[in-house]
Design a protein around this ligand. Structure first.
Ligand code: IPE
Ligand code: IPE
Ligand code: MG
Length: 227
């Protein structure tokens, strides 16, 4: 399952609060959803927390997001370790502050034995950048299978372990676009869009999205089973 966690700003503005309050509430929604995921049969959960294009936002908002992200890693590390949740930050790593980079490595190391849930937090993530890096890693003039390319793509974003393709992609807050998220990995993903803003998203919304997913017939190019 992958989620584009959108709508923090609008949720806050609708309440007369600063956008930063929306991001704080968004972090609490992350905790709720991560806690609920393993029991719902989710093996890999990839959360879009900060896109490479989000660097274009005002510096103060970027700083708030980076602080929240680091605080999340530090405060959740031990809880995740105890619950078998493996934390993994995917995306670029060449533009983070050194302290944040250390917190990322600490969280990944501390939770590396987790097997109940692979929690991937996409930060400074751009799918097109990742695809470009993976393509650049290909040996010249040799054919490459989809499986091998997927491996290279996982390596390009520091996914450890490599993650499978996305089955279900959820985007909150009404927008219906990918915003440069997991383009290759969503080749056959089912999309569920909800109007609910991310800070208001909870276990029940996740269950509803999974039910919607289960009700769909995935054909992968074949004929319908009903034919
Ligand atoms: C999602 O909420 C969080 C990030 C993109 C970091 P937004 O901040 O995009 O909230 P809206 O879309 O402006 O409401
Ligand atoms: C996508 O949301 C990135 C995250 C949710 C982290 P944005 O709010 O940045 O996307 P656009 O700009 O509306 O496409
Ligand atoms: Mg947004």
């Amino acid at each position: 399952v992958a989620i584009i966690m959108d709508g923090n700003g609008r949720w806050a503005e609708g309440r007369g609060l600063p956008r930063s309050a929306g991001h704080g509430a968004g972090a609490r929604a992350v905790r709720r959803v991560v806690r609920a995921a393993p029991a719902l049969g989710i093996g890999t959960l990839t959360l879009y927390a900060f896109s490479s294009d989000n660097w274009r936002r005002p510096a103060a908002e970027v700083a708030t997001l980076m602080e929240l992200f680091e605080r999340y890693l530090v405060t959740e590390r031990e809880t995740c370790r105890r619950h078998g949740i493996r934390i993994n930050v995917i995306g670029r790593r060449d533009r983070f502050a050194p302290q944040l980079l250390r917190s990322i490595r600490d969280a990944e190391r501390a939770t590396a034995a987790g097997r109940r849930l692979h929690l991937r937090l996409a930060v400074d993530y751009s799918s097109r950048h990742a695809i470009t890096v993976a393509a650049g890693s290909l040996p010249r003039r040799r054919r490459c299978s989809f499986a091998e390319f997927s491996q290279r793509l996982n390596r390009a974003v520091h996914s450890a372990p490599a993650a499978p393709d996305v089955d279900l992609l959820i985007r909150t807050s009404g927008e219906r676009r990918l915003s440069d998220f997991l383009l290759w990995e969503c080749a056959y993903a089912e999309f569920v869009f909800t109007r609910r803003p991310w800070p208001a998203f909870g276990r029940r919304d996740l269950v509803r999205a999974l039910e919607e997913f289960r009700s769909r017939e995935r054909r992968f190019g074949r004929l319908s089973r009903a034919v």
